[in-house]
Write a new protein. Structure first.
Length: 76
């Protein structure tokens, strides 16, 4: 899976950005490399939070959980 970072340099010299495919994943860094690392951490937190929220929605219900493997090029 490949993701796209949208990056801007702010007036104070920091790099700020978000992940194009997951707009809620936002972060900043002193360098582009630091920003990219921080964006991936933000994405991990976003996915964890979304997973926990979804698990709560289905708590106590009979559901089937199936693992999906994403071939990004198939949906991009």
């Amino acid at each position: 899976m490949k993701l796209t970072a949208i990056i801007e340099k702010s007036a104070d010299g920091w790099y700020v950005g978000q992940i194009e495919e997951f707009p809620a994943a936002l972060s900043q860094g002193k360098t582009i490399e630091e920003l990219k690392t921080n964006l991936l951490e933000a994405l991990e937190l976003l996915l964890e939070t979304n997973k926990e929220s979804t698990i709560q929605q289905y708590k106590g219900r009979k559901v089937i959980r199936e693992e999906l493997v994403i071939a990004w090029s198939a949906i991009a």
